[in-house]
Ligand binder design. Structure first.
Ligand SMILES: [Zn+2]
Length: 433
């Protein structure tokens, strides 16, 4: 096949001349009817150069069957095409280039569309038959000619477009298929029939004949264990689908199929995975506002957990720029277990405290201006709660500061969980700031 241009009008030098170009691509050829100048010329003189409906319908038939054929031959890409009125392009297999040139020129010059329909008939594949319900083996050579793997890929694409599940398997010389229609796809099509004109459910309720071929089991997961199965029954029951999850996310997060919630919830429950390449000997890491950025970013990620869970407006860790010093020694304690960060304590130093006996609604006591470590926020991954992790984190803070647990100060407001922890580690009362 060679690239060429065929002129349809006698005077090939005039701009209005109609031509057919043939171009070659790797997998197919494009046969293009260029009637741009002709169309503009007629339009400018007030004549209609629009194409008859019978013409565009015939073109659409060839385009659709021809693209299917080229995909069936293994072409993995997509097409650009045009159906007029100034430009018509047909992607065709190389063997059909001559017929396509003939068909397009008699359609354009003589309004004879029989060539286009003959071409469409010649290229048409029995896709409807291939996707008919029922388990069967399509034989290479009888039912199709391309390699079975290529054929199966093609059929999968076609099945997907029709909402079908193919249940396909390629062998050396054949392809086993058993197309079925998932209930959701059936309901979708029945709800909006205008979007699926001519669609008929051939699959639901299909009963395999007694002598249906049985797909040989070749091991692995491909054995059809649903052969002869009864469909599952459904019914409606009220379910608690709304509201907030304990992790703080909305249960009804449907905009991303709940993937965002699933990812967040996993971190909230078992901890935040460590970034690769982070050297972390020991269990506890003390991250300051001057630490390398990877550590400060990790702290920020961890701090998102209590923020979402408790509905705080702000992240308790905001130090994501250049390393900087803070006058009050802001720092975060990260605790690691099983390769995840499972505990987080945010702290700073403070010298403005009152005494509190930890009894709700009781007045605060004496003022105090000793420099003390302040416990600002504690978070523990859900599956590690109730195991003394919070107390260990508080102990780590006071050990490092060089004081006793009872000397630490707690940032107000102290949450219920914080108050329970404070009462356990410091039953005589605490300092608050
Ligand atoms: Zn959740």
């Amino acid at each position: 096949m060679t690239e060429r241009t065929i002129y349809l009008d006698r005077d090939r030098h005039k701009l209005r001349t109609r031509k057919i170009h043939v171009r070659a691509y790797r997998w197919y050829a494009a046969v293009e009817l260029d009637r741009e100048g002709y169309f503009d010329d007629l339009s400018s003189r007030g004549d209609s150069a629009d194409l008859p409906t019978a013409f565009t319908e015939a073109v659409a038939r060839v385009q659709s069957t021809s693209m299917d054929r080229i995909w069936y031959d293994g072409y993995p890409g997509d097409f650009t095409w045009s159906d007029g009125p100034s430009w018509i392009s047909l992607p065709v297999p190389f063997a059909q280039v001559g017929a396509a040139v003939e068909a397009l020129s008699s359609a354009e010059l003589h309004r004879d569309y029989s060539g286009l329909h003959a071409l469409a008939d010649q290229l048409a594949l029995p896709i409807e038959d291939w996707l008919a319900p029922g388990e069967r083996e399509l034989i290479r050579g009888d039912d199709f000619s391309v390699p079975p793997g290529v054929f199966l890929n093609f059929l999968r694409g076609k099945a997907k477009k029709s909402g079908l599940r193919l249940n396909g398997r390629a062998t050396q010389g054949s392809v086993w298929v058993n197309p079925t229609l998932p209930l959701a796809e059936k309901l979708k099509r029945e709800r909006s029939p205008e979007q699926y004109p001519g669609w008929v459910d051939r699959w639901t309720g299909y009963v395999e004949p007694q002598d249906a071929p049985f797909r040989p089991w070749v091991g692995g997961r491909e054995r059809n264990l649903s052969h002869g199965a009864q469909p599952v029954q459904f019914q409606r029951v009220p379910t608690p689908s709304g509201g907030k999850c304990p992790c703080g996310m909305d249960r009804r997060a449907s905009w991303d199929d709940g993937k965002g919630h699933a990812a967040h919830h996993a971190r909230w429950a078992i901890g935040i995975p460590l970034p690769k390449d982070l050297e972390w000997p020991g269990d506890l890491a003390v991250v300051t506002t001057e630490s390398p950025i990877a550590w400060r970013k990790l702290t920020y990620q961890v701090a998102r957990m209590p923020r979402t869970e408790n509905g705080y407006d702000f992240n308790s860790w905001t130090y994501l720029g250049e390393p900087e010093q803070t006058s009050d020694n802001v720092r975060a304690y990260l605790l690691k277990a099983n390769g995840y960060v499972i505990g987080y304590l945010a702290a700073h130093d403070d010298s403005n405290h009152r005494r509190w006996d930890l009894i709700e609604e009781s007045d605060y006591g004496d003022r105090d201006d000793t420099l003390r470590p302040s416990i600002d926020l504690i978070w523990v991954a859900d599956s590690y709660r109730g195991k003394g992790v919070g107390a260990s984190l508080v102990q780590a803070v006071v050990d490092r500061f060089g004081c006793q647990v009872a000397d630490a100060s707690w940032s107000t407001p102290v949450s219920d969980a914080g108050r329970r922890l404070a009462r356990r580690v410091s039953p005589e009362g605490v300092w608050i700031n």
